[in-house]
Write a protein that binds this ligand. Structure first.
Ligand code: PGA
Length: 250
């Protein structure tokens, strides 16, 4: 099955509302409907304004996180309902900066994924190993555990509507990306794990690579058969580089 490449910009905790709107305008103008399917994930306070800017441009809106809770007394949280109301199509769950930095467990990530799906948002679920785990030969086992936790929650068919992002933690923001062949091996393993439950879901689910993707290395990564696009941090803050990455998708 042909999977349309997807490139998602994760703007992380950067910029003001005005800067985010300017960046969104430049991204939409730079892409003009060409290249991969594209989405941008600004910080929460910028979602409404960026949503207005990208509306009708072909660039989709996403959020960087969502509450695991239903609406109610959860101070500081943002519900899936609110994100849907703001026009989000995508939401990142389980980013390693939240798993390792803020103690999110597989169970929390799964609950967030379920909440997103309940509200019609498409989750981008992140998995990936640390450098210590890779050096100890544990990378496959760790990623398999994270993927299993997603499958146990969403069910294998439902995973077809999600996107999985493999982001080795040692490659995020370090300028050190996984070699395309190494990333491909992990992506193939993730797809095989999903196929154990549902081959249809495995065929259709898009698996993005993330971790120091830039306009120089994107084409080599995206040429791999099981790499269906990228989750882009640093390079997504430059509209020209982001557009070049989107065009690097086959
Ligand atoms: P990076 O971030 O492209 O800056 O490495 C990727 C991510 O954290 O999603």
């Amino acid at each position: 099955m042909a999977r349309r490449p997807l490139v998602v910009g994760n703007w992380k905790m950067n910029g003001t509302v005005r800067e985010a709107a300017e960046l969104a305008r430049a991204v939409a103008a730079g892409l003009a409907g060409e290249g991969a399917e594209a989405a941008v994930c600004p910080p929460f306070p910028c979602l409404a304004e960026v949503g207005r800017v990208v509306d009708g441009t072909g660039v989709a809106l996403g959020a960087q996180d969502v509450s695991r809770h239903r609406p109610g007394s959860h101070t500081g949280e943002v519900s899936a309902e609110m994100l849907h109301d703001l026009g989000c199509r995508w939401v990142i769950v389980g980013h390693s900066e939240r798993r390792t930095g803020l103690g999110e467990t597989d169970e929390t990530v799964r609950a967030k994924l379920d909440r997103a799906r309940e509200c019609g948002l498409a989750p981008i679920a992140c998995v990936g190993e640390t450098l210590e785990q890779r050096e100890a030969g544990e990378a496959d086992r760790v990623v398999r555990r994270q993927v299993d936790a997603l499958l146990d929650g969403a069910g294998s068919e439902a995973v077809a509507g999600c996107v999985v992002a493999y982001e080795p933690i040692w490659a995020i923001g370090t300028g050190r990306n996984a070699a395309p062949e190494d990333a491909q091996a992990m992506h193939r393993g993730i797809r095989a794990r999903i196929a154990e439950r549902s081959s249809a879901a495995a065929d259709s689910v898009r698996i993005l690579y993330g971790g120091s993707v830039n306009d120089n290395n994107a084409a080599g990564l995206f040429a791999m058969p099981d790499i269906d696009g990228g989750l882009i941090g640093g390079a997504s803050l430059d509209s020209g580089r982001f557009a070049a990455i989107c065009r690097a998708a086959p």
